[in-house]
Design a protein around this ligand. Structure first.
Ligand code: GRG
Length: 300
């Protein structure tokens, strides 16, 4: 009997294809904002590159739920808009005060603080417009749930809350629980929204949504641990943002609390737990499993 050969999943090709799709959707997503300076500032940061991990996670989760990922494109764009807004605001002098992002001068360095704040605000609100007004052929009750998830992820229960605790913790001794709180909110909440929103558009049932929440918690924390590690091991050129910022700002990080080796081990364990949660969907979870590995193996 002929041996059955299961084609292996070509992650590099998948990533390249998804990234091209996302870049083109992002490029088409803006306009015709007025005045021109606002449009320019929004485009400057949104189209500055980046790994596009969040929209790709959203599209992959939609497919895992059995949906057509084309219908999730407005939601995927919305997630990247919220992420980009958070980077613009995070870089402001009143927050992390950074000059370099995605390999370019930060938004406020080019457009000034006021326009940078407003460009972030416009991207945040545009994200909700993408879901509510620019999605097609997705049942309204699914879109309503997506809007709810995005609100939770961006607001006090997510990014904003995590950022406040992060800012308040600067220069203080922070324990592992607080560090985990910061990262689950500041970074993890949006990553969770990516897979949950994608799956909601795809029509996921409760069991898949629960599994994806566990998956997202694992990859969210692992992502941040790797971010902390790269801050001390990689160069600004490779990262496209200022390396060594955590040390300068006297921030508590995983490497500071656990050491580099233990931090790497913890990230790997979290990714394993994340992947285990998707075992019942093993026929179609290739992209999400590979994305989880990509998070721990990345160099930027
Ligand atoms: C105003 C609603 C509102 C929220 C803003 C400023 C803020 C609240 C939160 C900060 C959130 C933040 C910047 C978290 C860091 C997340 C992180 C690790 C970003 C880097 O993500 P990558 O590596 O970046 O995916 P690229 O550039 O590849 O997209």
């Amino acid at each position: 009997m002929a041996e059955v050969v299961i084609p292996s999943f070509d992650f590099a090709a998948y990533l390249a294809r998804s990234k091209t799709l996302v870049e083109s959707a992002l490029n088409e997503s803006l306009g015709p904002e007025k005045p021109e300076i606002l449009r320019e500032a929004m485009r400057y940061s949104l189209l500055a590159g980046g790994k596009r991990l969040r929209p790709i996670l959203c599209l992959a989760a939609c497919e895992l739920a059995g949906g057509d990922s084309n219908k999730a494109i407005p939601t995927a764009v919305a997630l990247e808009m919220i992420h980009t807004m958070s980077l613009i605001h995070d870089d402001l002098p009143a927050m992390d005060n950074d000059d370099l992002r995605r390999g370019r001068p930060t938004n406020h360095k080019v457009y000034g603080d006021a326009i940078a704040i407003l460009a972030g605000d416009a991207l945040l609100t545009r994200a909700f417009e993408m879901v509510a007004l620019r999605s097609s052929n997705v049942p309204a009750e699914r879109l309503l749930k997506v809007v709810g998830e995005l609100s939770l992820a961006a607001g006090a229960p997510g990014l904003v809350g995590g950022q406040v605790v992060d800012l308040e913790s600067e220069g203080k001794d922070v324990d592992l629980d607080t560090l985990e709180y910061i990262h689950l909110h500041k970074t993890g909440a949006l990553l969770k929204a990516c897979v949950i929103c994608g799956a909601l558009v795809g029509g996921a049932e409760k069991d898949l949504l629960e599994a994806l929440s566990i998956y997202a918690k694992g990859i969210g924390l692992a992502f941040q641990i790797i971010d902390d590690i790269l801050d001390v091991t990689a160069s600004s050129e490779v990262l496209g943002k200022t390396a060594g910022k955590d040390l300068i700002a006297d921030k508590t990080t995983y490497p500071k609390l656990l050491g580099l080796e233990e931090s790497k081990k913890r990230a790997n364990d979290l990714v394993s737990q994340a992947k285990t949660a998707l075992e019942p969907w093993s026929d179609n979870s290739g992209p999400l499993l590979a994305l989880a590995d990509y998070i721990t193996n990345r160099d930027r």
